[in-house]
Design a protein. Structure first.
Length: 282
């Protein structure tokens, strides 16, 4: 009974500190305004096809509507120091104090081949942002060795304020990865990346684009979960968080909340989160 209460308390805490990742499409702003409470932080991805302006334009509009926003500044999409200076002035001028810095999937546009090089330049610009997130990889990255991904987080510890884990479907992977991070001495707080309710075909088609490795293999072995991916309380929600909870509950795990990959399914994601919170709090 005590372990059940502890799991519920951990899930409530994480769900209350969830933020939603969105793609900067033409309909995203309307979906956010219609379905997402204004106290939920919205992170806006950076698309090589759309360019950084699409990310910043949407982030600025949502900020004006009262949302905490976290634009992604993909390092390889920034040409160099001058452009980065302009980006910082633009975002801080709109009151934006949080950013997320991935390396990005594009070929380097200039001086930043990776996230670390851009993070170092942000220090030279005087730490313009209060919160700076970096990517963590619970699973193998398709192009980066596991040891290098952990080393990368260690190298970035002086430049970032927290880690956002990439998508995984396996609670055992989360447990082992968090333990490995903390035993290595990486002490930045962590936001656990999870998928929101989404059509399974769309999720799998996007998996390779966001760095998911073993997750697709895991799902292939558990075909019965496919039909539940789009349903509240299915694979992506209650059961997954319950299984993760023991690893996320200890204070030393430093897991502060959720980073929900919504794939722009915002109505479904908020309905799932709200419903699960209400049931856990009864």
């Amino acid at each position: 009974m005590r372990s059940t209460r502890s799991a519920s308390a951990t899930m409530i805490r994480l769900l209350q500190h969830a933020r939603y990742e969105v793609l900067p499409t033409a309909s995203t702003e309307d979906k956010v305004l219609e379905h997402v409470p204004s106290d939920v932080a919205i992170t806006v991805t950076a698309s090589p096809g759309k360019g950084l302006d699409a990310t910043f334009d949407l982030a600025e509009r949502l900020a004006k509507s009262g949302y905490p926003v976290v634009p992604h500044i993909a390092a390889r999409m920034v040409s160099g120091h001058s452009e980065l200076t302009e980006i910082c002035e633009r975002l801080t001028g709109q009151g934006i104090s949080r950013i997320f810095v991935p390396g990005g999937d594009a070929d380097p546009a200039g001086d930043y081949p990776d996230a670390l090089s851009l993070l170092e330049d942000l220090v030279r610009l005087g730490h313009p942002f209060e919160h700076v997130g970096i990517t963590g990889y619970p699973e193998s990255h398709p192009t980066i060795a596991d040891d290098l991904t952990v080393q990368s987080m260690w190298d970035k510890r002086h430049y970032a304020t927290h880690i956002v884990s990439n998508l995984t479907f396996d609670p055992a992977v989360i447990r082992d990865w968090v333990r490995r991070l903390r035993s290595r001495g990486v002490t930045m707080p962590l936001l656990l990346g999870i998928p929101g309710p989404v059509d399974r075909t769309k999720l799998l088609s996007m998996a390779t684009k966001i760095g998911v490795g073993e997750s697709t293999k895991f799902l292939a072995k558990h075909k019965g979960t496919f039909a539940r991916l789009a349903a509240p309380g299915g694979f992506t929600g209650e059961r997954f968080l319950e299984r993760c909870a023991p690893a996320l509950a200890p204070p030393e795990a430093l897991v502060e909340g959720l980073h929900v990959f919504t794939f722009n399914q915002l109505a479904e994601t908020e309905a799932w989160r709200t419903d699960l919170l209400q049931r856990l709090q009864r």
